[in-house]
Ligand binder design. Structure first.
Ligand code: MRU
Length: 364
């Protein structure tokens, strides 16, 4: 696809998005993104031409959510290439390799990060013309952006079939527009079901310690006019044992071929609570989140600074001075607790191995 065509396609897609979490400015040649650390207090966009700044924005969680991380990183790698002064292809590719390394060292669990960087790299690694490398790298980043939005809408459409009218859904973390290039994954399914006219109610886990549920999911649901109730992460046991909700629906940072899913810490507790209450636990994620492994030990779990849990948003200390803390950012939910995995290519059910492999082999 030529740059002119992709620009038209991006303009069309962006016209339809109610929240634009990150986008390429064609005039300035810069990536813009909304700083999600400041939501719901401020809606501030940041921008850069420097891939190092994008790596920082991902690491510091200005940009977060596995698909958004992947899209931002692909633009980061493209920026490192288009702004390089190298006149020789081998020098340019060497520089790009070091940008690749810096970008890939930001958030270790989000599989989309590695998937997206590899895609940009594979689109240029055999080329010998500097101008062609620049054009192809940026074009690949645009394609990843466009596909992410389209896949999310498709996932919303497919996933909405399992969301009944009057559904009461528990969700965890933020899987909406703010976690993707637009529309969202699990929250995209909820958004699509709402747009179909279904009457829904969402229980939003606050999502300790960085409050992606309380800050981001609540902000998105309010904007869309979708009714919700904020709860603490520990409330899901009671909610499911009293049948106050009839399903759980979350996203994923990584999925194995046999259906283990890594997602925000607390997701496993939610799955156990849903199981205890006899209610289904669903996952929605694009196929770009799937790692071709059957071993859950291949999933790297990010550990973040203890300060995130010993204080509220780094501002108010909430424990004794010197308290030891352990802050894994993700946990792994095993396939036996999962009812189905919704992707843009269809829904995978148990046993997951065959179904996920067959989804992966389908063209979109
Ligand atoms: O640490 P975060 O905020 O990047 O964690 C995000 C999640 O856990 C999401 O559920 C996941 O990335 C899927 S987002 C569509």
């Amino acid at each position: 696809m030529k740059n002119v065509d992709i620009r038209k396609e991006i303009d069309k897609l962006e016209g339809f998005l109610s929240i634009k979490p990150l986008y390429w400015d064609f005039e300035k040649g810069e990536l813009f993104w909304i700083d999600t650390r400041l939501i719901p207090w401020q809606e501030t966009y940041r921008s850069t031409k420097d891939y190092r700044r994008i790596a920082e924005a991902i690491k510091e969680m200005e940009i977060r959510g596995a698909p958004a991380i992947g899209v931002a990183a692909s633009y980061g790698l493209a920026l490192s290439i288009i702004n390089s002064k190298s006149r020789k292809a081998d020098e340019l590719l060497k520089e790009a390799e070091s940008a690749y390394y810096i970008l890939s060292s930001t958030r270790p669990t989000a599989y989309n990060l590695f998937w997206a960087l590899k895609r940009v790299w594979n689109s240029i690694s055999d080329l010998e013309d500097v101008e062609e490398i620049k054009e192809k790298a940026l074009n690949e980043a645009h394609k990843i952006y466009v596909e992410d939005v389209k896949n999310n809408v498709e996932m919303g459409k497919i996933g909405s079939k399992i969301v009944e009218n009057n559904a009461r859904i528990v969700t965890h973390c933020n899987t909406g527009a703010l976690a993707t290039a637009g529309f969202g994954t699990a929250l995209g399914v909820i958004r699509y079901s709402h747009l179909e006219g279904k009457n829904l109610h969402v229980y939003v886990d606050e999502t300790r310690p960085l409050l992606q549920g309380a800050r981001l999911t609540a902000w998105e649901l309010k904007k869309e006019g979708i009714p919700f109730t904020l709860v603490v992460d520990g409330a899901s046991g009671l909610i499911f044992s009293r049948s106050m909700a009839n399903m759980a629906l979350v996203g994923a940072d990584r999925i194995t071929l046999n259906g283990y899913i890594a997602n925000k810490i607390g997701t496993l507790n939610l799955a156990l609570a849903a199981k205890h209450g006899g209610k289904p636990f669903y996952v929605a994620a694009p196929t770009s989140t799937i790692q071709k492994t059957e071993n859950p030990n291949d999933i790297l779990i990010e550990e973040r600074s203890g300060e995130e849990i010993t204080s509220i948003m780094g501002k108010l200390r909430i424990t004794v001075d010197g308290a030891l803390s352990y802050n894994p950012a993700f946990d792994i939910t095993p396939p036996e607790l999962i009812e189905a995995i919704i992707t843009e290519k269809g829904i995978a059910k148990k046993p997951f191995l065959g179904e996920i492999k067959s989804l992966l082999s389908q063209p979109f």
